[in-house]
Every structure is written in structure tokens, then in C-alpha cells.
Write a protein that binds this ligand. Structure first.
Ligand code: 13P
Ligand code: SF4
Length: 306
């Protein structure tokens, strides 16, 4: 049963001709009224396909909302809370890419979508956790500069031995996923019949023991479609809550119940209603930067579909 506030938002979405794009880490009350829930790749693709709407309300962090704005220069992208900024994205400013290119002039630059628009504008291609390996394989150069997530860089390197992946910077990490250490390993012993699923932002120690590694939506699809019944999940709690709600016949065990991305959780129903009424929190990207960043994002989409 939807609350009064949820119903008000649904009504406002219609009158204002808006869609609500929601990342897997948002709270259930927001997921319940979403037009689309997904991982960062799916949301970027969805954003590029949206037609006939005036507003996109984006419940995710800054880089995701920026990507939607870059792909929709003719629409207004609104974010319910402007402080929802991914701390990892701040670890790779555009200046670090320029410096790294000087040191490695023959390398191609692949950046994680978890970056600011300025950083994407300096890259040859972007990637997400769902396609990093596929895209790295398809790039021509033998050396790839990649950042900011070092764990994702190590994960790609581990599976792509004929190329050299240089992490930029050397310390990039997600504070939520790097919290997982011994718990998943302990839980695998405790629940021998459970499948350990992990996001590639987790440490190599966790990934080494994982039965399935994937983006948030890849984990969702795997849990839904595989024959297995029980899963230990190492990612942010929002995805686990989504799976518990939408896949009720399976069991999901949180590797760490306090794995919460504070920035993702800054959006609330109240703030969504407010932004739909006031239309004041607009996501703006400089058009020159947007044009360059769009090229890197669309190249990712092309290589993913190729
Ligand atoms: P996904 O693309 O897997 O949804 O990841 C986004 C993210 O920020 C993970 O922390
Ligand atoms: Fe950024 Fe980590 Fe939060 Fe994802 S979970 S948005 S990578 S801080």
C-alpha cells in the first residue's frame, strides 16, 4: 500500500511530465514509486532513451545525475539532494588524467562512470562495473590508465593478463565496499550452501572467494535467474532490500548490515516532492565539457553492444 506522500509524488510526476530514475541503493519507499530502477549502466542507457518528458528526477549520486544530463541536453535533470556526491568520484580529478597521459603517452584512458563530467571529458572511454572487463579487452592499446577504483582496476587486470592496467590514482576506493573484509569469508563457512555474490569494488581478498562478481543489477539478475536459493551479498544494503522485496522466494544474507552509502541515502520522499514542485535543484554541466564527456560515454555504450 502506497503512502499519501508516495501518491502525491506519482500525481506530480504526471502533471509535471517527469520520470523518476532510481539507483538500486535507494530506500524501498523510493524504489516503490520509480519509473525505472537499475545500476549505473542501465540508468545511463535509460537516460539516453527517454523521450517526451520535460523532467528527469534522478535518485542516485552526482556522477549518475550528471551522466543523465550529459545524455539529455534538451531536458531538465533534477536531483532531490545536491549533496549526494560519491566520495570516490572526487578521487580522480581531471588534472590527474592529464598528468598520467604525459607519463604514458601511448596508453588509452578508461574511466569509471564514478567520476565527474570534467574527468570523463579527458577520457577515451568510460565504463561501469558491469562492462569494465569487456571494454578494456576491446581497447587497442596494451596499456590502459584506469581510475578511480583500484579494486576494479585489479579485478580487470587479474582477468586480462595481456594488457597492463595502471590505476590512477593508486588509492582510489569506495568506502562502502572496502569495509567488507573477513565477514563474507566467515559467512561462507557459516552458510556452506549459500552463493557469495560480490561487487567488483570489493577487495581482492573478498573477490577471490566470491562465486559471482557483478554490478548491482548483474547480481540482481543472477539471483533471480540462477537455480540457487541462498545468497550472501557484499554490496550496499539498498540492493539487498530490493532483492528481498522483489525475489521473495530466495534468501539474501547481508554480509554487513551497516554497509550503507550515506550519500545515496540523502534522497527522501519529501525531497523528491519538493524538487518536483520547486524545480530548483537542476543538474548543470558546461556544454563544452558535456560534449567531450558524451563521446566517452557513448563509446562505452557502442563497445558494450558491439
Ligand atoms: P553499479 O553500477 O554496480 O550500480 O555501481 C554503482 C556504485 O556506485 C557502486 O558502488
Ligand atoms: Fe560511491 Fe561507493 Fe556510494 Fe557507490 S557505494 S556511490 S562508489 S561511495
Amino acid at each position: 500500500m502506497l503512502s499519501t506522500l508516495q501518491k502525491e509524488i506519482l500525481k506530480l510526476k504526471k502533471t509535471e511530465n517527469a520520470v523518476l530514475l532510481v539507483h538500486n541503493y535507494q530506500t524501498i519507499d523510493i524504489q516503490e514509486i520509480a519509473d525505472y530502477i537499475g545500476d549505473s549502466y542501465e540508468l545511463a542507457v535509460k537516460a539516453s532513451q527517454i523521450k517526451d518528458v520535460d523532467y528527469i528526477v534522478f535518485c542516485g549520486v552526482d556522477f549518475m545525475a550528471e551522466t543523465a544530463a550529459i545524455l539529455n541536453p534538451d531536458k531538465t535533470v533534477l536531483i532531490p539532494d545536491k549533496n549526494a556526491k560519491c566520495p570516490m568520484a572526487a578521487m580522480l580529478p581531471a588534472s590527474l588524467i592529464r598528468e598520467a597521459r604525459l607519463k604514458h603517452p601511448h596508453a588509452e584512458v578508461m574511466v569509471y562512470v564514478n567520476t565527474w563530467a570534467e574527468t570523463k571529458a579527458e577520457a577515451d572511454v568510460t565504463c561501469t562495473s558491469s562492462n569494465a572487463l569487456k571494454i578494456a579487452k576491446k581497447l587497442d592499446s596494451e596499456t590502459i590508465l584506469f581510475g578511480p577504483d583500484k579494486n576494479l582496476a585489479l579485478y580487470v587486470q587479474d582477468r586480462l593478463t595481456d594488457k597492463k592496467i595502471i590505476p590512477i590514482p593508486d588509492y582510489g576506493h569506495c568506502y562502502v565496499h572496502s569495509q567488507f573484509t573477513y565477514e563474507p569469508v566467515k559467512m561462507k563457512i557459516e552458510y556452506p550452501d549459500a552463493i557469495l555474490m560480490a561487487h567488483p569494488e570489493c577487495s581482492p581478498e573478498v573477490l577471490k572467494r566470491a562465486d559471482f562478481i557483478g554490478s548491482t543489477s548483474q547480481m540482481y539478475t543472477y539471483a533471480k535467474t540462477s537455480p540457487y536459493k541462498k545468497f550472501i551479498v557484499t554490496t550496499e544494503i539498498g540492493l539487498i532490500q530490493r532483492m528481498q522485496r522483489e525475489i521473495p522466494d530466495k534468501i539474501f544474507i547481508m554480509a554487513k548490515p551497516d554497509a550503507v552509502c550515506t550519500q545515496m541515502k540523502m534522497h527522501t520522499l519529501e525531497k523528491i516532492k519538493e524538487v518536483l514542485v520547486n524545480k530548483d535543484k537542476i543538474v548543470k554541466v558546461d556544454s563544452e565539457i558535456a560534449d567531450k564527456a558524451r563521446k566517452a560515454i557513448l563509446r562505452m555504450v557502442d563497445l558494450t553492444n558491439d
